[in-house]
Structures are given as structure tokens and as C-alpha cells.
Ligand binder design. Sequence first.
Ligand code: CMP
Length: 131
Amino acid sequence: MIKPDAVSAGHTGAIIKIIEEAGFGIHAMRKLQLSRKRAGDFYAVHSERPFYQDLCQYMSSGPIVAMVLTKDNAVEDFRTLIGATDPAQAAPGTIRQLFAKSIEANAIHGSDSPENAEIESNFFFSGMDRY
Ligand code: CMP
């Protein structure tokens, strides 16, 4: 998911180019704006964290671009491509190092396991949208 800061800054195309050049296929893609409730549902696992309310506010503040990507070892390779959550810790050349504004407005989200990739794909795409 390309997050509101990166979409509003006009980085969608540059980020997709990096993703494709890294060997990922785009299986499904959709631009939409989450309601605060839907943002809260997406990040429900963080509901007890101190940053949760701010995160929901931020994630519903503008359009995002959701994608289902394909590649061998996709989850792990994508997490390497996007870099650490905190852009100050992100390796050079990673998407977050290049485009993130802060630990919250960090440009992009990647699923942290194949199980969550399935759950998060179903969150944004269902039925014939996906196949
Ligand atoms: P993401 O990888 O999408 O997962 C949780 C999100 O919470 C994270 O990226 C950031 O956008 C946001 N966030 C805000 N503050 C923090 C923090 N201190 N630690 C981790 N994530 C944070």
C-alpha cells in the first residue's frame, strides 16, 4: 500500500517503477481513500499502541494505492525493498529512505507474513477484483 504522504506528493509512479524494476508483478491495483473506521480495521493489530489514533487519522487523510504483488519470496523481498519502518533507519535506496517523511508518514506498507498478505489482499480486493 502506497500511503497518503507518498500519493499526495506525487510519488506513486516513481514507487511503482521501483517495484516493477525489482521484479515484482502487479496482480491487482486500486486507488481509494480509507475511512477512519476502515483504517482502524486495517491496523487493528496496533490498537493498543500509543500511535494508533494518529495512525488512523493519517491513513484516512487522503488516497492510498493498494496493490497485490507477485514474486518468488515476495513478502521478504518486498520488506527489503521498502526498508525499515523508521526512514532514519532505512537502508540507502529503499523506498522509505527515498520517499518517507517520518516514522508515521513512511510512504509505503508491506505485509509482514504470507498469512497477513492474504488477509490484507482480501481487505482491499475481493472475488473477481483479484483474479
Ligand atoms: P507500517 O509498516 O504500515 O505498520 C504500522 C504503521 O504504524 C507504521 O508502518 C507507521 O506508519 C506507523 N507508526 C507510527 N509510529 C510508529 C512507531 N513508533 N513504530 C512503528 N510504527 C509506527
